[in-house]
Ligand binder design. Structure first.
Ligand code: COA
Length: 138
């Protein structure tokens, strides 16, 4: 039985471990538990977790910025995938954003990611394709 609920600060270590399981370290560059607790303070209803037997199996973060809703870090533990948990998390994120007075929701996704199919199923269209560039300073 999977429950979708709001993130609570006690979830922080479990959540960090999930993110490191699901994402390449470069995608998480710079994200610390301090940042996540700060998001939680700013958007307490925007961080949703999927919980199985008390353990976090999935996560999504929805937030608003300058009138736009954003969805990021949607992820499900590998052993729980293809059981519609990602779908339920995305539904919860969109439900949260619809209470925040935004009319448009955006997200970034790699073209080949399985998540792209999920977002298309929910009616997301490609707005534009970006080239992410990076330079290290020392
Ligand atoms: C993307 C992710 C969250 C999907 O979670 P999930 O719980 O497996 O998703 P669901 O079971 O709800 O699947 C919903 C739809 O997503 C798409 N999808 C999910 N996994 C897929 C896969 N491996 N290949 C192709 N499409 C896939 C399908 O359209 C699927 O619908 P269908 O089952 O009717 O074909 C999960 O694969 C994940 O955590 N990936 C790693 C992190 C990531 O890339 N996050 C996205 C950041 S933008």
């Amino acid at each position: 039985m999977i429950e979708i609920r709001n993130f609570e600060s006690d979830d922080i270590n479990d959540l960090l471990s999930l993110l490191h399981t699901c994402f390449d370290p470069r995608e998480l560059e710079g994200i610390t538990s301090f940042d996540m607790l700060d998001w939680y303070r700013q958007f307490p209803g925007g961080m949703k977790v999927a919980v199985s037997d008390g353990n976090i199996a999935g996560f999504v973060f929805a937030f608003t910025s300058r009138g736009i809703g954003w969805i990021t870090l949607l992820c499900v533990k590998p052993e729980f995938r293809r059981r519609e948990i990602g779908t339920r998390l995305l539904q919860a994120a969109l439900a949260y954003l619809s209470t925040q007075g935004v009319r448009v929701v955006k997200l970034d996704v790699e073209p080949e990611s399985p998540a792209a199919g999920l977002y298309k199923k929910f009616g997301f269209d490609v707005e534009r394709t970006l080239l992410r560039m990076r330079k290290k300073l020392r």
